[in-house]
Design a protein around this ligand. Sequence first.
Ligand code: SF4
Ligand code: SF4
Length: 467
Amino acid sequence: MRKPPVANRERGVWGASEASPPPDFLEEPAAQFPPNHLLAPSCLPITLSAPIWQAFTFETCFYLLHVPSSSILKVPQPIWQKVCEGGDFPEPLELRKPIPLNTPLVNITSIALNVAERCNLRCTYCYAGDGTYGNDSLMSFEIARRAIRFFSRAGQALHIVFFGGEPLLNFKLIKEVVEWCGRESLVFRFSLTTNGALLTNAHLEFFRAHDFALRISYDGKRLQAEQRTRNKRLADLIERKLETFRTRLLSLRQFHLRATIRRGSLEGFLGDSLQILSSHTYRLVAARVASLAESERFEVSDIQKWGVLLTRLVDELLKREEWEKLLLLGNLRRHLRNFAVGKSQPFCGAGINYLSVSTRGEFFLCHRFTEDREECAGSLENGLDGAYLQRIVEYRQGGREPCRSCWMRSFCQGGCFHEHKMASKKISTIDPLFCQLQDVEMKLALRIFVALKQKAPAHLQTLVSAP
Ligand code: SF4
Ligand code: SF4
């Protein structure tokens, strides 16, 4: 009787003939499986309609992602071809343990404290009505203290994200809150998102002393002046701060830039992102503009263009083997990390482990929904709205189409509620453009993953252990 194949890091055993060499496993299998598990997909925790394999190529080689376990295999072309055509493997394989899809349970471990519903910039694309959310106000210490008490649990760290508008417009409150937290017998972690215009050395000193993660919204040197402030001096000032504060920024627990991409600025962004990666070497996350305005609405062709530009950028960096720069691409880094650790992760924790708190002490699905009455999840006065949160749990369970039969379901679980709502006016209707962009990004991440695995595995290791 032929023994079941055993895979190892160097070479997977395929029960292969000379003409059909074995696949190379790019991941150590984590568990022993019944030998026929691939021939009986119903024993896997996914539906029969869901794809098991995602095929891709890199350089001249052929690869398959085993979707349920996120194992990645290098295979001979005939096998790749067969799987592309809907066939299965002729032999059983040992793979990593299937990633169980999380059954979401509401446990809020992270809150965005909207300390300032007010802003000092006037971004043309702002989803929050010039940063005011229609409510131009600052949070009081009393609201902040009550919200933190409401969401704190003994034995569980609470992550507090200071958000706005521009949170540094209420820095006095931030200091007060952090100092008060220091006197409480609970564990807290802090983050802050700012546009950087008011940022000083003293702020950075405070953030370092209290182990903050920091995110600066920044669209790139040229676009910043065009779409965020008509005040060129202010745009230049932010630019200078990114340079002069460099050492301090990089010494924080975590730091990254976050760019907003408009359909009209896609090409500009490519040039600017190269500049950011080359001159600043800061991590960069890019997101589509979030707006109901017709003129800002992305179309299929915009996403295709975004895919082409991003692919061009990645190809260039792969060709130059600029691994550090590739890992600065935050959108792809997240997927790379998931592939490396074989972990399922919803696109975000909104409504499951994350809510935003408005200046008036009301709770919303996430920071982008602040003051959106339809997405209110309760308040300090009335507590959490259980029926609303139950609906969010159902959306995240992945049992609905198109998520149910999507090859990215383990790593996405329903995507961004806000992007869906901007496209369809409902958080529950999946925006196909969101999925299209995910498809582009995940396939690029797969290619980078195999490149790193083969040519620079130490970088993958760093990624796994990085915060
Ligand atoms: S939101 Fe789109 S990409 Fe995400 S799991 Fe659902 S179908 Fe797939
Ligand atoms: S719903 Fe969208 S905008 Fe809100 S936290 Fe999730 S990913 Fe971010």
